[in-house]
Design a protein around this ligand. Structure first.
Ligand SMILES: [Zn+2]
Length: 450
């Protein structure tokens, strides 16, 4: 005889607003051993600690599948600690780091060196991409080491051997076969400078911004998607288009998906919210690849997000020093930071009714976890890792890059009004960030072996 003893939880977060079965309900989350143990309406288990989150919306930790954490020889731009701190401040608990570092991650040794350095500093969970190795056998080794996928840069290969492979269909097919054998994804930057004016006799524009926009025009993106998808189709390898930015690309992906191609794609918040007019206004500060596009492209991207053509929103967080962004336009560095602005910006669009909360959560949590097979993340369900974000909504605030955890304290979104704010972030059940403060010790984030 006797009563069954109820377990004492590590933590209860009570009075949260939770999106549940298409409704917002008041709930309590009980967390034990880093996992969500129980979601209940009003009867939390006894817990060692209780946090009252009255008024906050509780979301799953965001999963950002496109981040440049830099570090190594580019640590002055960002390092593993500042970059993952920026992630937590933006409600991002899991991120995938790109291989175009200094040095580029195209060998196992560089990968291991990078992982070692990251393991000492990260405060969020991080997975790693691998570039295109010299020897295709390294694909298997990198997969065994746990990389999330492979990444190629057709417009600007990371090494002479990557260029070699991309220029030789037979070698590229072999590479795709190896990636398929390892059951991984090839992510690619869609830019092929084949159709551009550079190969024609027409006079290039004098204005550096016009020149830049034309050099990375919509047809380069479209041709890159057509080219790689046709080769990948022969080997049935999964490919992923990063930061897709044009109406033509959305249409092409739609067609390819209908045909049954194994293709997924992502879009960035800046391509969803800023046009080339902002590039002219902000110049270097708003310079990135692909460049900001026309409002008709933005419209098509939003449609693609809603109808399911586009799978995910990812930041392409690519920090640079202010000096590198303030040079004359031709020499300014490509890329802006995004980890701390994605949630406030896109949640504001949710609040405006531009997109539903459930679709937003699919785009920033659920689908990213599915595409890269990140287990026990991306949804608030019992048994999942307790990666959670408390969001305050309704109060207007202006984006202020000076408050960024990122080393890059500039953004073309500076001064923009948002109506959503990250109040606190939990990683594996630990309070990791609260109101501007990082609570985690360097190295307490996990390295994802995918
Ligand atoms: Zn990128």
């Amino acid at each position: 005889m006797g009563f069954k003893t109820l377990p004492v939880m590590d933590l209860t977060i009570k009075n949260v607003k939770l999106f549940w079965n298409e409704n917002i309900v008041k709930a309590c989350i009980s967390i034990n051993n880093g996992r969500i143990f129980k979601i209940s309406k009003n009867k939390p288990f006894n817990a060692s600690e209780t946090h009252d989150a009255e008024g906050c919306l509780l979301l799953p930790g965001l999963i950002d599948i496109h981040v440049h954490l830099r570090d190594m020889q580019a640590a002055y731009k960002e390092d593993f600690l500042s970059g993952t701190s920026a992630a937590l401040a933006g409600g991002v608990t899991t991120l995938l780091d790109m291989p175009n570092n200094k040095p580029p991650v195209v060998s196992i040794n560089t990968l291991l060196e990078k992982m070692q350095k990251a393991s000492e500093k990260i405060v969020a969970d991080v997975g790693f991409f691998f570039g295109i190795p010299k020897n295709t056998k390294e694909i298997f080794k990198a997969s065994k080491a746990g990389v999330c996928g492979f990444k190629t840069y057709p417009h600007s290969p990371l090494s002479p051997h990557e260029k070699n492979i991309l220029n030789d269909e037979e070698k590229l097919t072999l590479l795709l076969k190896e990636i398929k054998k390892s059951d991984k994804i090839l992510a690619f930057h869609p830019d092929l400078q084949q159709n551009s004016f550079l190969n024609h006799d027409t006079k290039p524009p004098d204005d550096p911004i016009d020149f830049f926009l034309k050099k990375h025009g919509e047809n380069n993106e479209l041709e890159a998607i057509k080219w790689l998808s046709s080769i990948a189709q022969n080997t049935n390898t999964k490919i992923h288009v990063v930061h897709m930015s044009t109406q033509k690309s959305v249409q092409e992906i739609k067609t390819l998906k209908k045909r049954g191609q194994k293709i997924t794609c992502e879009v960035t918040p800046h391509h969803l919210l800023l046009t080339d007019e902002e590039l002219r206004r902000w110049k270097g500060i708003a310079k990135m690849l692909p460049p900001l596009r026309k409002s008709s492209d933005i419209e098509a991207l939003w449609k693609g997000l809603i109808d399911g053509t586009i799978d995910a929103i990812a930041t392409d967080h690519a920090p640079h020093s202010l000096e590198e962004k303030s040079r004359k336009f031709e020499e300014a560095a490509n890329g802006i930071c995004g980890l701390e602005t994605m949630l406030p910006l896109v949640m504001t669009e949710v609040l405006k009714g531009k997109i539903s909360l459930s679709r937003f959560l699919e785009l920033v949590c659920k689908r990213p976890a599915e595409i890269y097979r990140i287990k026990r993340k991306g949804e608030i369900i019992e048994g999942n890792q307790a990666d959670l974000v408390l969001v305050q909504t309704g109060k207007e605030e202006k984006i202020n890059p000076e408050k960024f955890q990122s080393k890059a304290k500039h953004s073309p979104f500076a001064g923009r009004t948002v109506k959503a704010k990250v109040y606190a972030t939990y990683l594996g059940g630990e309070l990791a960030y609260k109101e501007g403060e990082i609570m985690m010790k360097p190295g307490s984030g996990k390295m994802l072996k995918l």
